[in-house]
Ligand binder design. Structure first.
Ligand code: GLP
Length: 256
């Protein structure tokens, strides 16, 4: 696992975007797994700014990590809407190149199978961007999620519902359930890039990076992945005691 510590959210976005750009240069039809939430927003903005340098995302295929159950795709709080607003439209992706699990399907388990089939038919995810919840969740894999899990219907923890209430009008509007890629689905990606900023993520980052590999901290699964990069700002790095390798090309540095 590479750990890159950068100064702030903007540098974090540039560092993560640089990895995506490398992937895009290697394969214009990159399959990019995307996370929602606040953490990756600076990454998407940094990617959008690369279009001015002539980078072309028109052949990129984009795969979501998760979606709420029971929120219409037209609702701004849905992950369908987030991906359209922050990623697909500004990057100029083709709408039929965007795969998001259907949290409004009449048969949710069948929608999970269809989503996994969709990823397989794209040839798998090339680079998967991830955020991390305060409780160490990735996607919506809450603590205790099996490492062998695949895309499924899952219940959100009350911590996660409280954290995500800021995206809804009333706290009680936050859904109780979601569809999420499982941990085994996530680690199938060729490369993982986890971004975290802010002191409220410091404990989760330390557990994920330096703690035991345990289902109690779902993000610790990254320690087992051969191509995982964790990019954090100084506040989110505050709980780290040991350090990963420096990654000068990304503008990272050591915190000694
Ligand atoms: C949600 C998403 C996760 C994301 C997490 C952290 O729960 N399902 O994919 O990583 O939020 O969000 P934020 O970056 O806003 O703290």
């Amino acid at each position: 696992m590479d750990v890159v510590i950068v100064e702030d959210k903007e540098s974090l976005g540039r560092a993560a975007a640089a990895l995506v750009v490398d992937g895009l240069r290697a394969d214009p039809r990159l399959v990019l797994g995307v996370a929602t939430g606040s953490s990756p927003v600076t990454t998407y903005r940094a990617l959008v700014s690369t279009r001015a340098d002539g980078l072309d995302f028109s052949q990129v295929r984009c795969v979501a990590l998760d979606e709420y159950v029971g929120i219409p795709a037209s609702d701004p709080a849905s992950y369908h809407a987030f991906i359209r607003r922050e990623i697909a439209t500004p990057l100029g992706l083709r709408p039929d190149n965007v795969l998001v699990p259907d949290g409004n399907a009449a048969d949710l388990p069948a929608a999970c199978v269809a989503f996994e089939d969709g990823i397989r038919s794209l040839g798998g995810v090339g680079i998967q961007l991830l955020g991390i919840g305060r409780n160490g969740h990735v996607g919506f894999n809450e603590p205790g999620s099996p490492f062998g899990s695949r895309t499924r219907v899952a219940r959100l923890s009350e911590t996660t519902r409280a954290d995500n209430a800021r995206f809804f009008t009333r706290p009680e509007d936050v859904p109780t359930h979601c569809l999420t890629q499982g941990l085994a689905t996530i680690v199938d990606a060729a490369g993982l890039v986890l971004v975290a900023s802010g002191s409220h993520k410091a404990e989760a980052v330390a557990a994920a990076v330096e703690g035991p590999v345990t289902e109690a901290c779902p993000a610790s699964v990254l320690q087992r992945h051969p191509q995982a990069t964790v990019i954090v700002d100084r506040d989110a790095a505050a709980g780290l005691r040991r350090m990963g390798r420096p990654h000068a090309s990304l503008g990272g540095d050591w915190l000694d």
